[in-house]
Design a binder for this molecule. Structure first.
Ligand code: ADP
Length: 425
């Protein structure tokens, strides 16, 4: 634990060495990753930050206040580290959820955000869901995908290649799975266009998001088996048919990572008392905004703001924030139900999540996962990630309900004025 990073002089280095290193880093004559390895990670972080302060003539003291394990962070997460980004974390809840990995529980969910009004809004959604008796949540393990791209000599070789892959799936599976206790191949789906073939490998990766595991395994099977046996060259390990960190119809249609569903029935009283709306108005905003509006815009996000809740949860819980791009796709449904009530649901086909790996072991991120009861159980591989997916679904549903309700009452601008906008004009 160290909150005085900006004041630290590296202890194992003489003062003149320190000045020389800072100068060399600042003027670029020494690469940021070239500091002597006998310096601790914290010392290296301090020197790089001091060099940047010197070069830019700015203070970076806030970046230097951290408690995370810099050795781990610099080895696994962040090269050339100079400090940390501090994003405030607020909490929403209690949110009552009934899933297969969340057993009828009331949860508090930490969100990292700088968007005023987001947490207040999502919290109102939680109040509505909990007052209604809870939301039902489910997650499907679709699996992470990696699609290397190959070049053939023409369609004759393309067809032969695709056939070879099909006929040798067992051998390919054995090679892919042999170095990991957790990586399991679901299937391989080829996509051929002229002299180009994509092999979309889909993996169960246990509790990990799995992109590293999948990429390493694909690299090995291509080099050891596929290229030597077929003579077809792999041009790139990722061919964008994966499709990682880009919005893509293939992910929308086939799913990727976890496919998540959450649903709640809201009666007239909850709609009126908690969400300050009614069934007709809510269903109309859903139809004209989320469905028609998205269709008219050619958007794949038939929802109000999945990305808002996802980004805040992903940053707080050490997930890969770039995958919010994929997670932002999905369809929210609101239909009349019972006397003046609604049944509301969210459907997220593509949401990669991790309970291990990535940023999940870092200090604040691990504590956030602890708060959510996300703990990898060696006897139930994959269960912790599925639990996280179910919680994501519940939180996203809360965010949808509250924002859509705010839109029905034209309350959105007023809430932003009250909670989110800087008073400075
Ligand atoms: P990713 O593949 O998600 O990018 P990593 O590269 O950090 O993440 O890989 C996850 C690591 O965690 C692998 O080395 C894997 O063997 C290990 N691991 C340990 N327990 C589990 C588990 N329950 N599920 C998945 N991976 C696990």
């Amino acid at each position: 634990m160290n909150d005085l990073q900006t004041l630290r002089i590296p202890s194992t280095a003489a003062a003149n060495d320190t000045d020389e290193w800072v100068d060399a880093l600042a003027d670029g004559s020494m690469g940021m990753h070239r500091l002597p390895s006998h310096l601790s990670a914290d010392e290296q972080v301090t020197l790089r930050r001091q060099a940047m302060e010197k070069r830019r003539g700015v203070s970076l003291d806030h970046l230097g206040k951290y408690s995370l394990d810099a050795e781990r962070a610099t080895k696994q997460n962040c090269e050339n580290m100079i400090g940390v980004a501090q994003v405030p974390i607020g909490v929403i809840g209690p949110l009552r959820l009934q899933g297969e990995f969340v057993e009828d529980e009331e949860l508090h969910i930490p969100l990292a955000t700088t968007e005023g009004a987001l947490i207040a809004s999502a919290n109102r959604g939680c109040r509505a869901i909990t007052a209604a008796g809870g939301a039902v949540v489910r997650a499907e393990n679709i699996g992470i995908t990696r699609a290397p791209v190959f070049r053939t000599s023409g369609i004759v070789q393309t067809r032969a290649f695709v056939r070879w892959i099909d006929e040798h799936e067992d051998e390919i599976r054995t090679e892919l799975e042999k170095d990991s206790r957790f990586l399991r191949l679901f299937d391989i789906r080829p996509k051929a266009i002229g002299t180009t073939v994509y092999l979309r490998f889909r993996f169960d990766t246990g509790d990990a998001m799995g992109m590293n595991m999948a990429t390493i395994a694909c690299d090995r099977v291509i080099e050891k088996l596929i290229e030597p046996a077929t003579g077809v060259e792999c041009i790139s390990l990722s061919g964008n048919y994966c499709c990682d960190k880009k919005p893509a119809a293939v992910n929308f249609l086939e799913g990727r990572g976890k496919s998540i569903h959450a649903e709640v029935v809201l009666d007239k009283q909850v709609l009126e008392k908690v969400l300050k709306t009614n069934a007709r108005a809510l269903a109309e905003v859903q139809y004209r905004k989320n469905l028609l509006g998205s269709a008219a815009a050619g958007s794949m996000g038939f929802n109000a703001h999945y990305a808002n809740i996802l980004a805040a949860m992903f940053i707080a819980a050490g997930q890969d924030p770039a995958q919010v791009v994929e997670g932002s796709m999905g369809i929210t449904c609101i239909e009349p139900h019972g006397p003046e009530g609604v049944i509301a649901s969210i459907d997220m086909p593509d949401c990669p999540v991790a309970a291990i790996g990535g940023g999940t072991a870092l200090g604040t991120q691990r504590q956030v996962l602890d708060m959510l009861g996300i703990e990898v159980d060696p006897n139930r591989p994959g269960a912790a990630a599925m639990r996280l997916a179910e919680i994501v679904g519940g939180a996203v549903l809360a965010g949808e309900l509250s924002l859509l309700a705010a839109l029905t009452s034209r309350d959105l601008a007023r809430a932003h004025e009250r909670l989110g906008r800087s008073k400075q004009r």
